[in-house]
Design a protein around this ligand. Sequence first.
Ligand SMILES: [Zn+2]
Length: 176
Amino acid sequence: MRLSGNAELKKDVKEKCPICGAESELHVLPYEIPHFGDALMFIATCSSCGYRYTDVMILSGEKRRKYELEISSAQDLNVTVARSSFGKIEIPELGVSVEPRRGEAFISTVEGVLKRVEEVVKMLSRDVTGGKKKRAEHILKQIERIKSGEATMTLIIDDPSGNSAIISEKAKIIVY
Ligand SMILES: [Zn+2]
C-alpha cells in the first residue's frame, strides 16, 4: 500500500467542526492499494477541540462485501486491511467482534488490527475481576501466540457499504 502518486487528487478543505464549530481541516488522501484499486482516506482534525474523524472510501466498492482471511504466518500479519466506518470486524477464535463506529475507519495491517484489539482488551481488563479478567488474559495470551505463529485465527470484515477490504489473494470474498 502506498500513497497514490497523483498529487492533484489531494485536497485540503476547510470545514466547520461538528463538535465546537471552529474552522477545522479536512484532508483527503488518495491511496493506491495493489491488486485492488484506488481508495480515499478522509482525515478531519480540529485544532481547537482535538476532534478527529477518519473514514475510508474504496472507489470501486458499492455492494456489501464480506472478507475472510485465515492468519497462519508472519506474512499474513502484513496483509493490508482497509476498514471503513461501516465495517464490522470479527475474530471468532478470540471471541472478539468490533462493531462499526462512525469516524473510526483506518487503513492498516492485520498486525495493526491485532494491536488495536490488544489495546482495547488491556483497557477493559483493568476494570474487571474474576472470570472476566481470566478471559481477557486468555485473549491477550492468544494474541501473542498468533503473532509468533503458534496459533491461527480468522479475520472477518463484513461491510454493507462495500468500502472495507482485506488485500490478499488468500482472502475469501463474499459479495451480496
Ligand atoms: Zn472542534
